[in-house]
Ligand binder design. Structure first.
Ligand code: ACO
Length: 320
């Protein structure tokens, strides 16, 4: 029997309409556009409307991706929603999305791996497609981080935003699509980046708490390491990478990671300026942006690398 591969056949995204600029934030907390931009590379972020939920953002990004992939909702047999800001504790946001989009032939579930959620989701979808039981999968990363942001804390509120990005994967017998991946976790770091509440511990959802410098150091060490690992695992070298899409947490993390990777600046996608850190949504959103602006072309070798709370981290190397 020939091996099964999973190829991305369409991407999509959605950003809420409301824009909050650095200038806007400087009126609410003691900060400035200059501080935020030089420390993070962020200029503005989006904030969802009161009645707009993670499931709505997901549904919009998925609809966009399905349209771009020319795939009907009836063809989708697997949906994975990666999020740390689910609509409710239960049922899964994926079930709410399933209802909203009428994905009647799909098995659906959520995964929670913070900023690495989309990368984790791709590896799970790939494994399920490789099992031969699923043919058309959707992986979406979607967040309403504005709901767990303390808007009086200048050390965190300037960093995060809301949005969603999605990819449609299809089974193929051709050797293309996902060529290799690696995902890792280390629970020793649970306390340096977390929500201050949860249903079991505090009966609330809490806000984002982060020890910025520690997170920075870990991201800069682990992201290049795992990136090199997956490219080598697929039998390629860094020179073969046409497009590098790192998690968009901070432009300084991306630049520091690049110093340890032999990837020229022009091959790197940086979209953080216009949306901030949207956790699991960053990589699929950047993927869609790069597809639309021509930075990423069919046949390109793409490296996706994420790092997030947990700690979780992971890389996927694929032919687009
Ligand atoms: N505006 C103005 N001043 C600020 C702000 C702000 N928004 N935030 C903090 N400051 C002040 C601090 O209070 C401090 O003042 P002090 O020297 O008087 O005490 C000073 O600026 C320097 O603060 P640091 O925390 O040392 O600033 P640093 O250069 O480390 O930058 C940042 C902070 C941007 C959070 C950085 O540590 C970082 O990027 N960390 C990575 C974390 C990250 O990106 N996480 C995203 C989630 S994790 C993930 O996605 C992988």
């Amino acid at each position: 029997m020939s091996e099964i591969y999973s190829e991305i056949i369409g991407t999509g995204s959605y950003l809420p309409e409301k824009i909050v600029t650095n200038e806007d934030l400087s009126k609410v907390v003691d900060t400035s556009d200059e501080w935020i931009f030089t420390r993070t590379g962020i200029k503005e972020r989006r904030v969802a409307d009161d009645g707009e939920y993670t499931s709505d953002l997901s549904a919009r990004a998925i609809s966009d991706a399905l349209k771009n992939a020319n795939v009907s909702v009836d063809d989708v047999d697997l949906l994975i929603v990666a999020t740390i800001t689910p609509d409710l504790v239960f049922p899964a946001t994926a079930c709410i999305v399933q209802k909203k989009l009428g994905l009647k032939n799909a098995v659906v579930f959520d995964i929670q791996a913070a900023c690495s959620g989309f990368v984790y989701g791709l590896t799970v979808a790939d494994a399920m497609i490789k099992s031969g039981q699923y043919k058309t999968a959707v992986v979406v990363g979607a967040e309403t981080l504005s709901r767990i942001t303390d808007w009086t804390d200048r050390t965190t509120c300037v960093l995060f935003g809301d949005g969603a990005g999605a990819a449609v994967l299809r089974a193929t017998s051709k050797k293309t699509g996902i060529l290799s991946y690696s995902i890792k976790s280390d629970g020793n770091y649970v306390d340096i980046l977390k929500a201050t509440g949860g249903p079991s511990m505090t009966k609330t959802s809490g806000n984002i708490y982060m020890e910025g410098k520690e997170v920075f150091k870990l991201a800069v060490a682990r992201m290049p390491e795992i990136s090199k690992e997956v490219v080598a695992k697929a039998g390629y070298t860094m020179a073969d990478v046409d497009c590098f899409i790192p998690h968009q947490a901070n432009v300084r993390i991306i630049d520091a990671a690049l110093k340890n990777l032999d990837i020229p600046e022009e091959k790197v996608v940086k979209s953080i300026q216009s949306h901030g850190n949207i956790s699991s949504a960053c990589i699929p959103l950047a993927l869609n942006i790069a597809t639309k602006n021509g930075q990423l072309k069919k046949g390109d070798k793409v490296l996706l690398t994420a790092m997030g709370a947990g700690f979780t981290w992971g890389s996927v190397f694929l032919e687009f």
